[in-house]
Design a protein around this ligand. Structure first.
Ligand SMILES: Nc1ncnc2c1ncn2[C@@H]1O[C@H](COP(=O)(O)OP(=O)(O)O)[C@@H](O)[C@H]1O
Ligand SMILES: [Mg+2]
Length: 343
C-alpha cells in the first residue's frame, strides 16, 4: 500500500519541473524526497536557488493533489535550502592552510577539545603557524580552554579577525554567543555557522588548521569530512568499550569519504595514584590501542587521567603552555612531531 501511495505521489510530482534546474520532480531527482508512514506524507523539496517563491506554488498544488489520495491522512511539504548551503560550503572551503586536521570522537567528554588545544600549542612550539577552529557548535569549549572570552572584531573586508592567544589563531561560536545561551539549531543553520567560521574569518596563511569537531557522525561532521581539503583526521577515545563503539563509527565515516585517518589517541588511559604511585586502568586497558591495530591505523599514544590537565583546561592555560616540560606535555609534543614529519 505504501509503495502504491508513493508511486501516486510521484505521478503528481513529476508533472512539475524544478524551476531552477528544469528537471522533473521524479524519484531519480535528488531534489525531491517523499516518505509515507502511518497515513502521513512528508515531502521535502531542496531548493537550489535563493528565490523559493516558485517552489511555494508547486508545494501548494502538490499538496492539493496528494491530499486527494485515499489513505492519506496528512501532508507535510517542506522546502529546504540544505543543498545550496552544502554545495556552497564545499565550493567555498577556502583556507590557506598547508594541512587541515579534524579531531574527532564518537562520544563527547572523551577529551577531544583538550587534545585539539594541546596539539595546536605543540605544533606551534615546533614553529608552525596554527589556527584552531572550534566546530563544536553545540558545545564550544575552546574559548574557555584558551582562556579567552572576548568577541572577535571585524576587518575592513567584513571578515572576523581570529582571537589570538598563545600564538594560536582561534575561532569559535563560543566567542560570539553569550556564555549560557542554549544552542538549539537546525541543520541548515549549523552549516551556515560552520561556513562562516571558514570563509567569514580572516585566517591568513597557516601551516596547520586544527578543527575540533562536534562528537558523533552527523551531518556537520560528514560535510566537513567530505571536504577534500582535509589532510586527515585524528580519533580521540577512552579505552572503554562504549566509547570505542562510537569511535568505530567515526573511523568508518572517514573511511567511507576517503579521509585519511592519521591515528587514534587514547585519552584517560590510566590514573597514577598519589599514594601508591601505581597505574590504575579506570576505563579498562589498551582498548583504543587494540582498536587501532584492528583497523590498521597508527596508534598515536596514550594520555593518562591527570588532575592538573583538567585544571589547566579549566583555567585556560593549556598543559603545553603551563608546563611544557611535564610528562603529558612531552607526549603531546611527540605526537605533534610525528604528525609533522608524516605530513
Ligand atoms: N586526560 C585527562 N585527565 C583529566 N581530565 C581530562 C583529561 N582529558 C580531558 N579531561 C577533562 O575532561 C573534560 C572533558 O574533556 P574535553 O576535552 O572537553 O572533551 P570533549 O571535547 O571530547 O567533549 C574536561 O573537563 C577536561 O578538562
Ligand atoms: Mg569538546
Amino acid at each position: 500500500m505504501s509503495d502504491e501511495i508513493l508511486s501516486l505521489i510521484y505521478t503528481f510530482s513529476r508533472k512539475f519541473n524544478d524551476p531552477n534546474t528544469n528537471l522533473a520532480f521524479e524519484p531519480k531527482n535528488k531534489n525531491i524526497s517523499a516518505v509515507f508512514k502511518n497515513g502521513n506524507v512528508n515531502v521535502a523539496l531542496s531548493v537550489s536557488s535563493k528565490n523559493d517563491e516558485p517552489y511555494k506554488d508547486i508545494s501548494r498544488l502538490l499538496r492539493k493533489n496528494i491530499e486527494q489520495i485515499p489513505g492519506v491522512l496528512s501532508v507535510n511539504i517542506i522546502i529546504t535550502s540544505n543543498t545550496k548551503i552544502k554545495n556552497d560550503f564545499e565550493k567555498k572551503f577556502q583556507i590557506d592552510a598547508k594541512n587541515i586536521i579534524a579531531i574527532a570522537s564518537g562520544k563527547g567528554g572523551v577529551g577531544k577539545s583538550t587534545f585539539a588545544v594541546n596539539l595546536s600549542v605543540a605544533l606551534q612550539s615546533l614553529g608552525m603557524r596554527v589556527g584552531l577552529l572550534d566546530a563544536d557548535i553545540y558545545g564550544p569549549s575552546i574559548p574557555r580552554m584558551i582562556g579567552f572570552g572576548k568577541k572577535p572584531e571585524m576587518n575592513s573586508d567584513k571578515k572576523l579577525i581570529p582571537i589570538e592567544n598563545y600564538n594560536l589563531k582561534c575561532m569559535s561560536i563560543g566567542f560570539i554567543l553569550e556564555d549560557d545561551a542554549p544552542t538549539i539549531w537546525r541543520g541548515p543553520m549549523v552549516m551556515k555557522a560552520l561556513e562562516q567560521m571558514f570563509n567569514g574569518v580572516d585566517w591568513g596563511k597557516l601551516d596547520y588548521l586544527i578543527i575540533d569537531l562536534p562528537p558523533g557522525t552527523g551531518d556537520a561532521q560528514l560535510t566537513l569530512a567530505q571536504s577534500s581539503k582535509l589532510s586527515g583526521s585524528i580519533i580521540v577515545s577512552t579505552p572503554q568499550d562504549v566509547a570505542l563503539a562510537d569511535a568505530r563509527k567515526g573511523i568508518n565515516m572517514f573511511k567511507k569519504v576517503n579521509v585519511d585517518i592519521l591515528g587514534i589517541v587514547e585519552n584517560m588511559s590510566y590514573f597514577i595514584c598519589d599514594n601508591c604511585n601505581e597505574q590504575h586502568f579506570i576505563f579498562s586497558k589498551d582498548g583504543a590501542k587494540k582498536e587501532a591495530e584492528k583497523f590498521k591505523v597508527p596508534f598515536l599514544g596514550n594520555i593518562p587521567i591527570d588532575k592538573r590537565l583538567r585544571e589547566q583546561s579549566d583555567e585556560g592555560i593549556p598543559a603545553c603552555i603551563d608546563n611544557p616540560d611535564g610528562e603529558i606535555s612531552k607526549q603531546f609534543i611527540t605526537i605533534a612531531k610525528e604528525l609533522n614529519q608524516r605530513l
